[in-house]
Design a protein around this ligand. Sequence first.
Ligand code: R5P
Length: 296
Amino acid sequence: MPEAESPASDEQRYQAEIPMQTPGFFLKGCGQLDWGMKNRLARVFDPKSGRTVMLAVDHGYFQGPTTGLERMDLNIVPLAPLCDALFCTRGILRSTIPADNRQPVVLRASGGPSILKELSNEEIAMDIEDAIRLNAAGIGIQVFIGGEFETRSVHNMTKLVDMGNRYGMPVMAVTAVGKDMVRDARYFRLACRICAELGAHYVKTYFVPDGFGTITASCPVPIVMAGGKKLPELEALTMAYRAVQEGASGVDMGRNIFQSDAPKAMIAAIREVVHNNMKPARAFDLYRGLKAKKGA
Ligand code: R5P
């Protein structure tokens, strides 16, 4: 039976101003994981800041060569050393990312439908052994709460979590939103919490301007913010700033970096916001300064 609306305010219910304690490890909810799992998480999340700047370039798995990812050898390989972790498919990793890349890699592990079909109809699309063979620091999977194939996508995630737990491989659940679905704090609280309850080691979700702190507060594992559609740079920096100030453990951004007219400058500015709490206006100045220099 659906829960009745609580008369208490969100502030009273979620107490977002009180961060969850993280005994045993620097990431919330991860203190009781195994050594290998923690070690992989510590490759993706910087233990100093407790946060990460992941570069999401996996879009081709259902979108093909989308804007900014037409030539990953030319556009993405030069950006890879600037992120904390690359989120990509195994196909791009093997074909295009040089094996001397030192950045950790989180591999997209779901797939099936293209943009021409119902996206929630996904399957697990990678064997855990291949992720280990590729020295992955994690695997990621889409979860479609409220989608047509909700149960299938949730069970895909739980199967992947079982495999991940067996081998010490953290699983990132990505809360996917259908075209016509409401994107508000209530929905993302529901989606993120379901992913965490069913075993995801961290969750990637979208920013909402109202109540993002209640999403992070009610999710007992780290949340990384997905970037979403391309925004003007100052807006994207402001969104990232607000997300980490409101409890996100970093970002996993794609289009707002690789579709920027100065991707290297943008990722440098995002890094300052995420790791050093730089204010958006200052980070935007940094972006503009770097953009003015050749090769940004
Ligand atoms: C989501 O379906 C994609 O797999 C991307 O990983 C995700 O959307 C993040 O990229 P962006 O910041 O472009 O939204």
